[in-house]
Design a protein around this ligand. Structure first.
Ligand SMILES: *[C@@H]1O[C@H](CO)[C@@H](O)[C@H](O)[C@H]1NC(C)=O
Ligand SMILES: *[C@@H]1O[C@H](CO)[C@@H](O)[C@H](O)[C@H]1NC(C)=O
Length: 183
């Protein structure tokens, strides 16, 4: 009887030890450090979209149902992100994703895109932006909803300002100021 109780209590102790260790093991396994300080990073990037010419960087995959609001249009982009407003300035990454006409009676795009960094400190890392882009407004704010690599646990916002737009050639350059809190 005593022996049984002893074995039982040893088992309970073992189980308790395993249970108390489990959260730590999971955190280690995931590479998480809970008390790490967050950093605020500001990035200024220039987004270059071209819908025309021989090598468009964005393609319309669904035509709009309204020509005035562009409602219903869906475009897929792989746009260069550069360090300066000129298209021939240094490319640091790509903006890959979709913009879609989501508003009736005005121009308001739903933006879903990943900024994929290809050079420098952030090479291989991404931030994900998802928001509303009323392109005729001077400043559009959109949320940064996540990230990867150096930008794990990212959250924040971007401010987009159109620097250049030519309807005829379908070229647009937009300044993106990104404010990102991350691990
Ligand atoms: C939009 O404009 C194009 C070109 O002018 C035209 O072919 C098309 O029918 C128009 N679409 C709508 C929904 O009005
Ligand atoms: C970049 O483009 C601008 C204007 O289009 C031009 O003046 C400049 O010389 C170009 N720079 C390089 C390095 O090609």
């Amino acid at each position: 009887m005593t022996k049984h109780i002893l074995i039982l209590s040893v088992q309970i102790l073992l189980l308790a030890a395993i249970a108390s260790q489990e959260p730590c093991m999971n955190q280690k396994h995931l590479g998480l450090t809970v008390h790490k300080k967050e950093k605020l990073t500001h990035l200024r990037l220039y987004w270059h979209d071209s819908t025309g010419g021989r090598n468009p960087s964005s393609v319309k995959i669904k035509q709009q149902v309204s020509n005035s609001s562009l409602f219903g249009s869906v475009s897929m982009m792989d746009d260069a992100l550069t360090t300066d407003v000129l298209k021939n300035s240094t490319v640091v990454g790509q903006a890959q994703g979709i913009y879609a006409g989501a508003a009736q009676g005005e121009i308001g795009f739903l933006m879903v895109m990943n900024f994929v960094f290809k050079t420098g400190k952030y090479k291989g890392s991404t931030i994900t932006i998802l928001g509303r882009n009323a392109v005729l407004t001077e400043v559009r704010e959109m949320p940064v909803v996540g990230g990867s690599g150096m930008f794990r646990f990212a959250r924040g916002y971007v401010e987009a300002r159109t620097k250049f737009f030519d309807l005829k050639s379908g070229e647009a350059t937009v300044e993106y100021n990104c404010y990102v809190l991350h691990e």
